[in-house]
Design a binder for this molecule. Structure first.
Ligand code: ZN
Length: 378
């Protein structure tokens, strides 16, 4: 078999066979559509894939691109992007942009992953028209050292409408060397005028078993740790890799102890006090409730079939959870539903203290009936 020009993309990007095979075929046939939209849930690897595509297009070796080692490849990375022919545009704070040197144009030496996290954490920021104009100018010039140039617009649904309109012509008729990748959680969040000029590349959440296999086989993690990380990742490889496991275990221990205490003692006063403990723990309440969610889910599984460890997330504390499942009985199922409602209400700015109290009340041995409404403080 003759050597391939491009290395298999699915070896670098986990669990996205539709996206990677579509891109692979297009690259091999030299028919890559120049205006692409990567759409799908956060954490599915869209930005990583866009950067990988940039590497593949700009790599300096003739076969099995990207090699990952040439001078070009080494400058396109999720942690550091310093290649002059790849540019990343994201939502940013307008005043920061205005304070910076407007002639500088690019953002040489940026950290894509970090910037993305920052942009996601600040939903009021937009992709600025001036930044998009710089991107368009960048694409119109010849690449400085490669055959192609790549412009990536992350969180493209957050383009100011003038920015989106400014981009239309370039999306329609990009210069022959140019590739544009727009990244968005939802295809339909983009204007129809943008969508009609682009090819959609869908991404999805990654099945848990695939994340486990990846962590075990390629990151050489112990199976138990891989199961835990995959289970907590919600189908997203980034969080699976980044999770601070020691911190997670510390928080989980505190939360399981609270469940244990509530299951033993039907005292509403304890529920109120422990709600305070959770809210004042210093970590993120949402994070704690997500940990609780995984624990309750496991309790539910163990309550139905105590031997079914294969489906657990918190498999490392299976024995402890089996005991607790016995004590909580059918309450864990109802509690899981309550918790989902609680998390949703907190997202909608409900009173945290009251919501968490109510949730914990529901775990008391006779708490099911007294939980709704405002609990009496004791
Ligand atoms: Zn290379």
């Amino acid at each position: 078999m003759s050597p391939r020009r491009f290395a298999p993309l699915d070896l670098a990007i986990l669990g996205q066979p539709r996206a990677t095979s579509a891109l692979q075929r297009a690259l091999e046939a030299d028919q890559l559509f120049p205006s692409l939209v990567f759409h799908g849930p956060a954490g599915a690897g869209k930005l990583a894939t866009a950067l990988l595509l940039g590497r593949a297009l700009l790599c300096r070796v003739p076969e099995d691109r990207p090699c990952g080692e040439c001078r070009s490849c080494r400058r396109i990375d999720e942690r550091a992007l310093v290649h002059p022919d790849v540019r990343l545009v994201l939502p940013e704070k307008k005043s920061d942009f205005e304070r910076a040197d407007p002639e500088a144009g690019g953002r040489a030496g940026i950290a894509p992953q970090e910037l993305q996290a920052e942009a996601i954490a600040n939903p009021v920021w937009s992709v600025l028209i001036d930044r998009v104009r710089q991107g368009i100018t960048f694409l119109q010039h010849r690449p400085s050292e490669s055959e192609r140039s790549v412009l990536i617009v992350d969180q493209a649904q957050r383009m100011e409408s003038a920015a989106a309109n400014a981009l239309l012509k370039t999306l329609e008729e990009p210069p022959p060397h140019a590739v544009l990748v727009l990244i968005t959680p939802s295809w339909h969040a983009l204007l129809p005028t943008i969508r009609s000029r682009c090819q959609a590349v869908p991404f999805q959440l990654v099945p848990r078993t695939e994340i486990v296999n990846f962590l075990v086989e390629r990151r050489e993690l112990p199976a138990e740790e891989a199961v835990l990380r995959a289970g907590l990742s919600g189908g997203r490889i980034g969080p699976a890799l980044d999770l601070d496991l020691d911190e997670f275990r510390r928080r989980r221990e505190a939360l399981v102890a609270i469940l244990d205490e509530l299951a033993r003692r039907g005292d509403p006063g304890i529920a109120v006090a422990r709600a305070e403990t959770i809210l004042q723990a210093g970590g993120s309440t949402e994070g704690d409730l997500e940990i609780l969610m995984t624990v309750l889910r496991d309790l539910l599984i163990l309550g139905v079939s105590p031997g079914d460890e294969a489906r657990l997330i918190n498999v490392d504390i299976a024995d402890r959870l089996r005991d607790l499942a016995g004590r909580l009985g059918p309450r864990s199922g109802a509690a899981l539903e309550d918790l989902e409602t609680t998390v949703e209400s907190i997202r909608h700015k409900g009173n945290r203290q009251l919501l968490v109290e109510n949730f914990l009340m529901g775990l008391l041995p006779d708490g099911g009936d007294s939980a709704p409404g405002a609990p009496a403080r004791t």
